[in-house]
Design a protein around this ligand. Sequence first.
Ligand code: RNT
Ligand code: ZN
Length: 411
Amino acid sequence: MSKAYEIARERYAALGIDTEKVLDQLQNFHLSMHCWQADDVAGFESAGDLTGGIQATGNYPGKARNVEELRSDILKAKSLIPGTHRLNLHEIYGEFGGKKVDRDQVGPEHFEGWMQWSREHNTPLDFNSTSFSHPKSGNLSLSNPDKGIRDFWIEHTKRCRDIADAMGKNQGDPCIMNVWVHDGCKDLSVNHYMYRSLLKDSLDQIFAEKKTWMKDCIEGKVFGIGLESFTVGSHDFYTAYAAANGKIPTIDTGHYHPTESPADKVSALLQFVPELMLHVSRPVRWDSDHVTIMDDPTLELFAEIVRAGALDRVHYGLDYFDGAINRIGAYVIGSRAAQKCMLRALLEPTATISKYEIEGRTAEVLTYLEEAKAMPWGAVYDEFCERNGVPVGEAYLKEIADYEKNVTLKR
Ligand code: RNT
Ligand code: ZN
């Protein structure tokens, strides 16, 4: 135990917080690491462009080009992140054996390798259907007025649920499957009611079959690039759908208006939906998917989850894809930042503050919230790294640089 941690433990104990208990809670906090930071959302299907109104900018050398490289990069990143975590796959990361397997033909057999890998590396899998980067994507997929196209994507998404169910069974723990579709309009359009009723009908068909080993999440957003004027799957649409159907809304922190607080959704949504999925990201001016850092919106989001007593009702996915930065670094920085936000939330003297708040003693409330910022939480995080056998602080940079020199720059 380091001296710094011992002092931190005493300081927190004086506030009524047991740092040992918090370290246990942090150990049980599992991120779902998104596979798509390793290759800028390219996948293994073809070398087609990334479409669907999302963009990865930058051309940092050494991205993963195949499943072996992707797994190697993920394992390297995991070795520098304390704790145990999940891996979030997109359908385009299946093992297709060099064959063209169209999206309406995919099945659990294309993820056998991943399921084996998951068991070997004690890394449960989560999953996502992929309706972008495909000739049938266009501007509309599940809400396309063309029944042929709509049925194609319905079939795809149903098959993705089969895959997620197989993954969940394989790992003995439900696989969290996210549905995000880019559907929208670039310019003025008058058929909004029709698009949304088609999307509703498609989702009803997709979710008709009950599954034991997977859970469905649905993700809305404000707009996509090239789809600026209208988004079929808006937040109102999915919030209402989730509440009416017991589904899990996905809060992507990059998907709101710039001054809207994702954190404020937690206590509202959890009154009506069973659980939440997060896509933790960092929007810079738009949904730019910069690497997560320990910023105020993320601190506030995790604080709201802890204050709501909802730690176990939330799934903690990451979702950013910056092509301009060392991609292993992106995983390590973003994952550690998310953990630090959670740690600080767990270390908040919420019970004390709550008591003062109810008594109307605002100066005390502000004092505790302000003083919490300068408490020695860093020493607790360092102790967490130490106990998990991963480098403390920036010491991980050397390992990233070595891996870059020996592995990614040779690609
Ligand atoms: C896009 C959504 C979606 C994607 C991933 C790749 O705006 O955030 O979650 O980022 O599915
Ligand atoms: Zn997202």
